[in-house]
Design a protein around this ligand. Structure first.
Ligand SMILES: C[S@@+](CC[C@H](N)C(=O)[O-])C[C@H]1O[C@@H](n2cnc3c(N)ncnc32)[C@H](O)[C@@H]1O
Length: 226
């Protein structure tokens, strides 16, 4: 049986999981990520969890096919509800909207623990998730970007510090992403385009509370050197 291969998005997610740590993959679906991490020895063990029976069954088949039933536990769970608190170090929540990821974290106060790292890959509304991390005294320690050639994704690694950090207005849109690679630049440009469209729409509707969005646009332009 050949090993599981990941696409660029899930490879970037896997890259932010810490070597030697126990991983829980929430919303695992096919189970590729957690199987990849355990199969390649990056994680000693893992949890594959999903809300729905069908995806969890897909993950079970992947785990069995790769001969990893001893090392990967399958759990039917709404978010982190059924995940034992001391069973994982790194929690991955990938491929869901930023609002849903924030809701899942909100319902599990035990993730506010310096021992735990969250690796999140929001499909939409990354700014809602970054705001949740800031409001809940997490530090975003690292972010990566990835693309499938069509869409651009960010992957956020965050951990609880107990300290509420101050950031400039654009931080919830850019996080720790700096224009260092083509993918980073494209990700930031897409955000800038979306915010500019929103600003223009507000202007043409004669809405007056546009100052904050103008500031955010200017900060992102400066970041991009535009
Ligand atoms: C689009 S798939 C993403 C699969 C994989 N994580 C990835 O990034 O490729 C989303 C998965 O999240 C699961 N899901 C949605 N809401 C969930 C929740 N509240 N708790 C656990 N899993 C959830 C869905 O059943 C589905 O299998």
């Amino acid at each position: 049986m050949s090993k599981i291969r990941l696409d660029d998005r899930l490879s970037a997610v896997a890259g932010l999981v810490r070597t030697g740590k126990r991983v829980a993959d929430i919303g695992t679906d096919h189970g590729y990520l957690v199987v990849y991490l355990v199969e390649n020895g990056k994680c000693p063990s893992g949890i594959a969890a999903d809300l729905r029976k069908g995806p969890l069954e897909n993950a079970r088949q992947t785990v069995i096919q790769q001969g990893l039933s001893e090392k990967i536990e399958l759990i039917l769970s709404d978010g982190l509800e059924k995940i034992p608190e001391d069973a994982c170090d790194d929690i991955v929540i990938a491929g869901m909207g930023g609002n849903l990821i924030a809701e899942i974290l909100e319902k599990a106060p035990w993730v506010k623990d310096e021992r735990i790292h969250i690796i999140a890959q929001p499909m939409t509304h990354a700014e809602v998730l970054r705001q949740w991390f800031i409001d809940n005294s997490f530090e975003i320690s690292c972010e990566k970007t990835a693309t499938d050639g069509r869409r651009y994704y960010c992957i956020i690694s965050a951990e609880y510090t107990g300290v509420k950090e101050e950031h400039n207005a654009s931080y919830i849109y850019t996080g720790e992403i700096k224009p260092e690679s083509d993918t980073d630049i494209k990700y930031l440009q897409k955000i800038l385009t979306a915010l500019t469209k929103k600003y223009d729409a507000l202007m043409s509707a004669n809405k007056e509370d546009n100052d904050n969005i103008r500031i955010i646009i200017d900060e992102i332009r400066t970041l991009l050197g535009a």
